[in-house]
Design a protein around this ligand. Structure first.
Ligand code: SF4
Ligand code: URA
Length: 186
């Protein structure tokens, strides 16, 4: 596995370790800055992401950007965003456990290069894979847990917030908690 971003990305472009690599449009490797203190991890690319090759650029992404902005974060200046799987699952189905396993080495390599202080799991899929198998977003969102050298937290997926706007204020609280945590870590 490559020790620099450029070669990691080009190796990932060539990946066909799971069937998603055959049906995707563009690879959605990840976006952001390389000295980010926070890494956000979503589930997998949707239609718009698959077209543009960038994570969270559809309706969900627009909402997520608002939460970033609320606490002074921005994908172009101080965070990094990636997904559990880098290729779009057909019809936006959940990525299977096998597909997530196959893709995890890329995320691990990204984490190794980035060395973030905090990893925020955006939604159930990422939280159940990276924090705990039984993670329940409605019950455990916004709670920070130390995992080795990383502080981890799970929050609502913006697609869930679009379906369920009553959870938006709870999601905003999670971002405020993140802002406070980042201030402590300085
Ligand atoms: Fe490779 Fe991940 Fe794409 Fe599957 S989803 S082909 S493991 S990059
Ligand atoms: N949903 C995700 O989980 N990730 C994206 O990149 C877009 C939508």
């Amino acid at each position: 596995m490559s020790a620099d971003w450029e070669s990691l990305r080009s190796e990932c472009e060539a990946c066909r370790a799971c069937p998603l690599g055959e049906t995707r449009g563009k690879l959605v490797f990840g976006t952001g800055v390389r000295d980010a203190k926070v890494l956000f991890v979503g589930e997998g690319p949707g239609a718009r992401e698959d077209e543009l090759g960038e994570p969270f650029v559809g309706r969900s992404g627009q909402l997520l950007d608002q939460y970033f902005a609320a606490i002074g974060l921005d994908r172009h200046t101080n965070i990094y965003i990636a997904n559990m799987v880098k290729c779009r699952p057909p019809l936006n189905r959940d990525p299977s456990p096998a597909e997530q396993d196959a893709c995890l080495l890329w995320l691990r390599a990204q984490v190794k290069l980035l060395r973030p202080k905090v990893i925020v799991c955006v939604g159930r899929i990422a939280a159940q894979r990276l924090i705990s198998k039984s993670f329940a977003v409605t019950r455990e969102h916004g709670q920070f847990v130390q995992r080795g050298e990383f502080l981890m937290m799970g929050t609502f997926h913006p697609a869930a917030l679009l379906r369920n706007p009553s959870q938006k204020s709870a999601a905003l609280e999670d971002f405020f908690a993140l802002r406070d945590k980042l201030a402590e870590l300085k």
